[in-house]
Design a protein around this ligand. Structure first.
Ligand code: HEM
Length: 301
């Protein structure tokens, strides 16, 4: 048997337009039908040249439809995560996520509309975000984002459930919309922003020592384990921020980072959380390409 391969869009870097579409199963439909419809989306008839499509599911929904292909113990973002200071990470779990990336928003827009109409009657659009890269690799805070990401070679080992484990070839995605308090952030001197982030703004060099309250100290991958991030900016002049897009083979790593950021477990809260707030939060299981395709084929006779 060949090893199940991850959905390739997870690792397709360099695209300049992103859409995240979240859906809920309609009352008249069910999880199995929706998975089958989503699997069929990957057929050539709905694929526009150059657009990557990554599909994920609420972990409980996937486990009910494909119990033999679900990592044990993973769950949706079903309750808000609240820190000792009262800072809350909201839970806005939906049933399906479709992440589309392409060279420009016109093709992403067309495919987004195509996906919504293909799923009509089975799942309805519950949330939509459009992301765009800011000055090559910067977050809208002005800092370079992704410096400590694993290389694209290492990323597979970090993000993909290994062969032989349930859910092999799959990945767990944490998706959150963080809205920046631009006025508060831009009111800080550059040196203070660097203290908050734990890195230099110009070149992303790590501060030595890194402040214990800094973002890079509170998410230190040497302490928690590694994840693969595909964050992207979103929004307009009035309201904007970061779409946090983090993949891991192990949901516990993502959960531990979030807990650390809001001060659960004894450490100080992440200073960055004073300047940006999450408005949404959901976990999705992104099954292997083969497993997802098989469910489409079986149902679509
Ligand atoms: C508004 C939200 C966020 C912004 C603007 C942001 C931005 C950044 C920046 C600028 C860095 C430093 C450069 C780098 O290594 O990429 C960084 C590092 C990192 N961030 Fe975030 N981040 C955000 C949320 C999160 C969340 C929610 C998590 C985890 C669930 C996370 C996990 C990490 C990790 C693991 C690192 C690397 C830490 C290390 O040095 O090992 N970030 N982030």
């Amino acid at each position: 048997m060949t090893m199940a391969s991850p959905q390739t869009g997870i690792f397709a870097l360099g695209t300049s337009s992103h859409a995240y579409l979240e859906f809920d199963v309609e009352a008249a439909s069910d999880g199995a039908s929706v998975v089958s419809r989503v699997a069929a989306l990957r057929e050539p008839r709905t694929t526009i040249g150059g657009v990557n499509l990554v599909a994920g599911f609420r972990p409980e929904l996937w486990a009910a439809v494909a119990p033999d292909a679900a990592p044990p113990g993973i769950s949706g973002f079903n309750e808000p995560l609240v820190g000792p200071t009262g800072y809350a990470l909201p839970a806005t779990q939906h049933d399906v996520v479709i992440w589309l990336t392409g060279a420009s928003y016109d093709v992403v827009f067309d495919l987004s509309r195509g996906v919504v109409s293909e799923l009509a009657g089975a799942a309805s659009l519950a949330g939509e975000l459009v992301g765009w890269p800011y000055h090559h690799d910067r977050d809208l805070t002005g800092f370079i984002d992704g410096t400590e990401n694993p290389t694209i070679v290492e990323a597979t080992a970090v993000a993909v459930v290994p062969a032989g484990s349930p859910g092999e070839g799959g990945s767990i995605l944490l998706l959150q919309q963080w809205e920046h308090d631009a006025a508060a952030w831009e009111g800080l001197a550059a040196a203070s922003q660097e203290w908050v982030m734990g890195r230099r703004k110009v070149d992303s060099a790590e501060l030595d020592p890194k402040p214990p309250t800094s973002h890079v100290a509170r998410t230190d991958q040497d302490a928690f384990g590694k994840i693969f991030r595909r964050n992207i900016g979103y929004g307009s002049v009035g309201r904007h921020g970061t779409i946090f897009v983090g993949f891991s083979a192990d949901q516990a790593i993502l959960v531990a980072m979030l807990r650390s950021m809001i001060g659960i477990g004894g450490g100080p809260p992440d200073h960055l959380t004073e300047f940006t707030r999450p408005l949404t939060g959901a976990y999705y299981f992104v099954p292997s390409a083969e497993r997802l395709a098989a469910l489409g084929a079986v149902r679509r006779v």
